[in-house]
Design a protein. Structure first.
Length: 202
């Protein structure tokens, strides 16, 4: 009798063969090549969208999860993967660009401040579309140092830094400005940052 497939597990991306850690049956985007594939309860891997494809039919995808190491050199490819996943969820135009930018800022914050540039630590991203709420969300999870003060932004301090032309410290302000809802909590040893943007569905 064949043993049941057990999660979490490492599966091979069907496009480039890259190993990817998955925690449950779901749809995933490979952080290295950008291809989108699904993993069933039995562990079967099925191709959904090839790397570089322009669109994925929205009904095929409501939530995608990516696991990747805290390697800053992966950010350009991860940002492209976010764009592809967002397109597959039906997100377009400026909203999609804002999601890309917020993902990059949040991931950079994790890598620099949470993990201190350690390239080997785990990061998990969930991106999904809630048709009932008419919104798209990005959830970024890491095991780095908890952020002091949560996700509060001192807007007066940010304005002073901008006037003084000082670099740094603007990522959180940018995310708060572009997203409709932002929350950060500590859950089972993970920092869980949730960003949500409402959008008009045509």
């Amino acid at each position: 009798m064949k043993a049941a497939f057990r999660f979490p597990a490492t599966v091979a991306c069907p496009f480039g063969g890259h190993g990817q850690r998955v925690s449950r049956p779901n749809r995933f985007s490979c952080p290295r090549c950008g291809g989108v594939f699904s993993v069933s309860e039995s562990g079967r891997v099925k191709s959904i969208a090839e790397p570089g494809s322009r669109a994925v039919r929205p009904p095929a995808m409501t939530c995608v999860q990516m696991h990747f190491p805290s390697d800053i050199s992966l950010l350009p490819r991860l940002r492209r993967a976010v764009r592809q996943v967002g397109s597959g969820l039906g997100v377009r135009g400026q909203v999609l660009g804002d999601l890309e930018l917020c993902f990059e800022e949040a991931a950079m914050n994790v890598i620099v401040h949470g993990y201190g540039y350690d390239r080997t630590r785990p990061v998990v991203m969930d991106m999904g579309f809630d048709r009932g709420r008419g919104s798209v969300h990005l959830i970024l999870k890491d095991r780095g140092r908890p952020s002091p003060g949560g996700w509060k932004v001192d807007k007066a301090r940010v304005r002073r830094r901008v006037r003084a032309r000082k670099a740094g410290g603007l990522g959180r302000f940018l995310i708060q400005t572009l997203m409709d809802q932002v929350s950060l909590k500590r859950q089972a040893g993970w920092n869980v940052l949730r960003m949500e943007r409402r959008l008009v569905v045509r």
